[in-house]
Each structure stands twice: as C-alpha cells, then as structure tokens.
Design a protein. Structure first.
Lengths: 325, 325
C-alpha cells in the first residue's frame, strides 16, 4: 500500500491521516498550525517538522501527497511540491476542483495529479474535530479531465476507498457546478436566512423551531472556511446564485400578484422527491474494465448518472448505479 | 379542567386531542377526513359524527373549541361555531394569527377568542402522524391584541401548558412577522434550494450530503399544507422575502464585483450565534400577577424579549426570560 503524506492537518486533513493509517498505510503529515501539530503528535501521529521535510520523505518513499489546506494556501504548497517532490502522485481535499487544477498545471505540472473532494464534514474545524471514521460510507469525488492519467486517478481513488468512502468520478467543471448547487449555495442561503431571522428580534429567535435550526445549522461554520470554499468556486456559485435569485424573485412576484406560491412549492416538493428517490433507489452493480483506453471517460459517465465506484483492483472497478425504472 | 373540542384531526389537531386527554381533560373532535376519523376512533378517541354535533356538545359542556384545520377551511368552521356555540371559548392552531383573527371578528364576534400556534411539527401529516408528546417542552404562541379578554387568553394558554408546552405571549402582527421569518421563509428557501439542486442533475443529487438534506428537509412537506401556511401569511412573508432577496442580491453583487462574501458570511455567522446564545442563555424566573389591568400587555412585552410562560394559576403566571448579560 502506497504511503500517504498529508499537508494540512485540520478537520479533513487530520481525518484523512487517521483513516489512511487505520487502513494499514504508512502516513505522516505537516501543518503550519502549532496547535494541530501538537494535538496530532500527542495522539501518536507522525508530524514532520516542516512541509519541506514531509515532501522530501514523500519523494523518497514514493508516497501519495494529499493537499488538505484551504484554497488560499494551495499555491504555496504546490511551489514546495514542485521543488521537493516534482513527480509525486498528488491529490487534494480542498473541495473546489478547477482552481486547484489550474494551480497544479501552473506550479507543479510534472506531478501525477487527480483532484479529490470528500463529501463529509461538520461545522467544526481543526485536528481535534477530526476522526478516522469521518469518511465511512460517505461519498468522495475524484475528478479527471482529458489530461488526467489513469494511474493518477486510481491512486487518488484508492485512498478514498481505503478511507471508507465510495468514489464519485466527475469532470472538474461538472464537480464544481454540482457542489456550487448542493454545498456552496446552501451556505449562502443559510447565512441569509440566519440574518433575516435575527432581524426579527428576540421574539422571532425564541419561536425558531427545528426547521429553522436545521436550515441555519451551517451558518455556524467558521466564516474563514466558508469564505475560502464559496469564494474559491466563484464562477459556478454565481450561476447557482442566479438560479436561486430567479426562482426566489419569481416566488415573490407570484405571491405579490396572485397570492399563490403553487409553482415554487410544487417544484421544490418534486425536486425533494427526486433527491430522496435517488438516495433510496435500488442500485445495480457493474464491473468496468480499466485496461480499455476510455476507462476514465466511462467512469465519468457513471458519475454523471448518479453512480459511484465501490471497490477497485488493478484491472477493474466495481460500480453501483441507480437502477433504471 | 375545561373540556376540549378539536375541529380538524390532522397532525396538529390530532396531537392536541391526544395531549389534552393525556392531561386529564375530557376531549372530543370532529373531522371531514373519513380516514382521520376512522383512525382516531380506532385509537379510542371520541369523534363526533359532524362538526355541528361536536360544537353543540362544546356549547352544552362549556368546552374550549380548538380550530385545527388549514386556513382555507377556517371560515366554514367559524360559521358553524357562530351558529352552535356563539359564546364559546375559542382558540386555534392554524399557524397564522391576523387572518384568523379577522375571520373571527367577522364571522364569530361573540366568541371568547385568543389565537394560538404550537411551534411543533414534522414533515408528515394526518392523524396517524400525530402523538400526545408532540408539544412536550416545545413553544406555543398565544396571541392577544387590545381587544383580547384576559380570560380568553388564559383558557388558550392553559391548554398549551397542559399539552406540555411553554407559552410565548405575542401580538398577532408581531407573531405573523416573526413566523414569516423563521418558519415560512425557510419553506420557500427550502423549495428554491431543492429545485436549484435538482437542476444540477443526478451528479449534484448524488453528491448532496447532510447539509443539503438538512436545508431541504421541509421541502418534503405536503405542498397543500405549505401553500395554506405561506400564502395565508402573505403580507408578512412578502416583507421577509424582500429582506432575503435584498441580502441574496447583495451577496451576488459582492461576489461578482469583488469576489468577496465576507459581509454575508459574517452576518449569518453572528446571527446564528445570537440564535444559539438565546437558546442556551441562563434564564431568570419572574412571577407576573394577573389581576392587574395591564397583565396581557406585560406578558406580550415578555414575549418580545424572548421570554415565555412556564406555568399558570388563577392569580399569576410564572415566566422565564433570557438573563441580562
């Protein structure tokens, strides 16, 4: 099993290191946070004295390097990767794909890179919030474009599988458009809703029951993390915001002019039904051979259809797809 | 203990009947749903053969009548109340206050009415979804304006307390403005978010994790109930929608022009902190005498400050308020 070198030991990076070690891999990390470093060492994990030192070891041991910093720090890490481990296998758990891929092309073009995004998280942050189980039975997107090598993709995907996740293959742009809608827009709407609620004063906050608390839970996330995530996916998030503003404006117009919210409410109910159906549908298994030239394209198609990879070996990927009706 | 006659035996009405009987009150109900009537009878509850029959018994036994139908059916029930129990104590659990109060003034002006709104609920509906415990440790708004008699308010509030709830005193307009922000707007945003997510196709729905499912949970509520609730609070909801549209448009503008969501994210985080603080703050107890002429006004002030009534007797109300810092 390939060793793993995790740069950044916050909630996600710290959980990746724990989960990789749990799977039997050799693993070490590095972080600029003295607090996270001390906590990780106290828990018995191997934390290198510097990012440079961690990357030199990665090059020596042919490890997979995992970038687990917020987006604004990725450029600095990649410059060090280019210097100390220029041909390493490389993935990331930053969240957004296209901006990271552009940075990799610019700053570390000879690495063997495929982007990753575990769809797990909590409103907490830091090493102490992490756990080896964070990714168990969760989804983890691993992206590929026309320039991605199959072996790079398989190394990133194998880490996700070893961490307990199922892998959703996707194109970087398709991934970013999807998470703008289902992760970044919810953060913005949650912030807006929390503010509109607080504008109602103590009476409104006192009456706020479960549905309000559910809908505003993610507004409790560290603002710097939310900004790094949402602002880093600007183009795709603007599209999602325009869709939301259009739908919300149409609801306002309809309520004002005719008194009806029929179209808004029915569309939302139907969409919610589609979501629940996709998550509860029967699923079929298939085996996708990896020796065909178009294996990555086939895997991306499976991701676009709502499917995922549940296991991998050197010759094939076992995938699951929602069953046709 | 005053008997209770519940008109409408869906999720809320059915739970009120169960909780009132659990508290030791005599209770019966009526419903136009044969399914709900059969289920309630099968569970051993007393269901009158018609609304008229239930109301005649309420007049004979000086019961408290509870209207628990959706708003569009309230006018028809009130016409029957005016005919069969014109001087009854009357409350409701419809949700919105001003439209119900206007209907009561118009159609049953001699009843002794105070509006009510239990802040409990699930995405399910119908008798079978209800339970006696639905209101335990929850909040229940009971409203009063300048024309509300203290005895009417106390009868409605005592039912809420007997059902296990704490009572939030409020003016009808203040209540409607507050619930537009913390209950009705979340339904609209949840519907919009579910639709924007579904627009992202199977890949987006497949990647949708906990925060998306939390934020769209209420989009699964029966569309007719959501429409009755939101459309019935049109004026207050338009205000809340304009606040949300303004804040969302500002977020969009800031992201497009400067790339920053700082103001949106920080405001939301602070508002979320205020909410959690109010719900976890130390609380102080006070005893409010009920024989003073301004008792209802004093109770409403307490509601505006985020306080609630935790118990009642014939002479005083024990209230709890967030402790001053």
């Amino acid at each position: 099993m390939r060793a793993v070198c995790v740069i950044g030991l916050g909630l996600i990076g710290g959980s990746v290191l724990r989960a990789a070690v749990r799977s039997g891999r050799t693993g070490w990390g590095a972080t600029t946070s003295e607090e996270d470093a001390a906590a990780a060492r106290a828990a018995g994990y191997d934390v290198a004295p510097s990012t440079e030192e961690a990357l030199r070891r990665a090059a020596e041991q042919e490890a997979l390097v995992v970038i687990a910093t917020p987006l604004p720090a990725v450029g600095g890490v990649l410059r060090r990767v280019a210097r100390h481990a220029p041909e390493t296998y490389l993935t990331d758990v930053v969240g957004v794909q296209e901006p990271v891929r552009e940075l990799v092309r610019e700053l570390a073009p000879t690495t063997r890179y495929a982007g990753g995004h575990p769809m797990s998280g909590t409103a907490d942050s830091g090493w102490s919030a992490g756990q080896a189980e964070l990714f168990d039975r969760a989804l983890w997107a691993v992206t590929a474009d026309e320039g991605t090598r199959l072996d790079s993709w398989l190394e990133a995907a194998a880490l996700a599988v070893d961490c307990g996740s199922r892998v959703v293959p996707a194109g970087p742009g398709e991934h970013d458009a999807a998470v703008a809608r289902i992760s970044h827009l919810p953060h913005v709407l949650s912030a807006v809703l929390a503010s509109v609620g607080a504008d109602g004063g103590p009476l409104a906050l006192s009456l706020a029951a479960g549905s309000f608390r559910d809908a505003t839970r993610v507004a409790g996330t560290d603002p710097e993390l939310v900004r790094a995530m949402t602002e880093g996916n600007r183009a795709a998030l603007l599209d999602a915001l325009d869709d939301a503003l259009g739908r919300l404006g149409a609801a306002r117009g309809s309520l004002a002019s005719t008194g009806s919210l029929n179209s808004t409410v029915r569309s939302g109910h139907e969409a919610n039904g589609n979501l629940r159906e996709q998550h509860t549908a029967e699923r079929v298994s298939r085996t996708v051979p990896l020796n065909a030239g178009h294996a990555l394209r086939r895997l991306r198609e499976i991701g676009e259809q709502g499917g995922c990879v549940v296991s991998l070996d050197s010759e094939s990927a076992t995938v699951e797809l929602p069953a046709p009706e």
